[in-house]
Design a protein around this ligand. Structure first.
Ligand SMILES: [Zn+2]
Length: 332
């Protein structure tokens, strides 16, 4: 047992009393005096910071105070589980709250800026062969999951493919337009890694002019150019893993293991991605003397058609950011 001599003030009177502080069991201090025998938890005692060679003050939760001669031992005794600072943080609700806020702020910064930046770096550093494989795997996943073979005529497919090919700035061999039917997601277009753009029969039926299809394709090529799909999938995966790490909830990592198609269909692009793709589309339309009104028109019709579809299936051309905002930007 360790015992330290101290001078005690009871906090009510100016009376001073000689006492002993006994460390007999971990986490507790016994105060022993002439007519005194008290037991305190360490968390009920605050050790004041050292001041030159003045006696150290111990403040007790009941208002009493003890003075002890300064010695390194006293710090050690009050920090049994690691550093003294950590001990104080653990025992102080205000510090704990500040720590919680700081942790929250750091996590937010990492999620908001760190992970997107990292994902962008990875997406652009990935070898072309890996990206192509990802694109093909995703397409076959989607074919099992939401797509059916297109019922468009060969002539219509050929006409649209020709439009798509003419839109490519350089004839990139691996960029290609795929046609599919999908009662489940309705009128829609998707951009997969490595430049596979899928257009649904429903979208072709919804378009009243080729210019509207061109606008949608230009938007999708914007997603391809910025590698948005890959970045979105990477961001979701890393965020999911981070949340699981922090919360210890391994179930939320199921999104990490889930196939890419699921992530693709169930996640909206970030607002920033849609805006970037819209900007690419507008630049293309202006450069080719096509009115952006065509883009606004098909966006409006897409939104109307999506309202008729099930809510849990989201898509790339729908309401995030809101179509009104996007059309407003197109008009400016
Ligand atoms: Zn989009």
């Amino acid at each position: 047992m360790i015992s330290i001599r101290a001078k005690r003030y009871d906090g009510n009177t100016s009376k001073r009393e000689e006492v002993w502080l006994d460390w007999a069991e971990p986490g507790f201090v016994n105060l022993r005096g002439e007519n005194l025998n008290k037991r305190y938890a360490l968390s009920e005692i605050q050790l004041a910071p050292p001041l030159a060679n003045l006696p150290r003050e111990l403040h007790f939760a009941d208002g009493s105070l003890c003075e002890v001669e300064p010695s390194p031992a006293i710090d050690t005794l009050f920090a049994p589980a690691g550093s003294r600072l950590l001990h104080r943080w653990e025992n102080n609700l205000r510090y704990a709250f500040v720590a919680l806020l700081l942790t929250g702020a750091v996590v937010w910064l990492v999620m908001e800026y760190g992970i997107p930046a990292l994902s962008k770096q990875v997406a652009f550093a990935l070898p072309v062969s890996t990206e192509e494989q990802l694109g093909e795997d995703t397409l076959s996943g989607l074919d099992r999951f939401i797509f059916m073979p297109s019922k468009l005529s060969a002539a219509k497919k050929q006409q649209l493919s020709k439009i798509f090919q003419q839109m490519l700035s350089e004839p990139e061999s691996h960029y290609r337009l795929e046609f599919r039917a999908s009662p489940r997601i309705g009128a829609n277009a998707l951009a997969l890694p490595s430049g596979i753009v899928i257009m649904t029969d429903e979208l072709v039926a919804l378009a009243k002019h080729d210019e509207e299809i061109i606008a949608v394709l230009a938007h999708e090529l914007g997603h391809v150019q910025y590698r948005h799909t890959l970045r979105q999938v990477l961001q979701n995966s890393i965020s999911g893993l981070l949340i699981a790490t922090l919360t210890g909830d391994i179930l939320s990592t199921s999104s990490f293991a889930a196939a890419l198609p699921t992530v693709l269909v169930q996640t909206h692009f970030a607002r920033q991605f849609e805006t970037e793709a819209d900007d690419v589309a507008v630049l293309y339309l202006r450069a080719h003397k096509i009115s952006t009104a065509h883009f606004a028109n098909i966006l409006l019709r897409l939104t109307e058609s999506h309202h008729a579809h099930e809510k849990n299936v989201t898509d790339y051309l729908s309401t995030h950011p809101s179509t009104n905002d996007r059309i407003q930007r197109l008009r400016n």
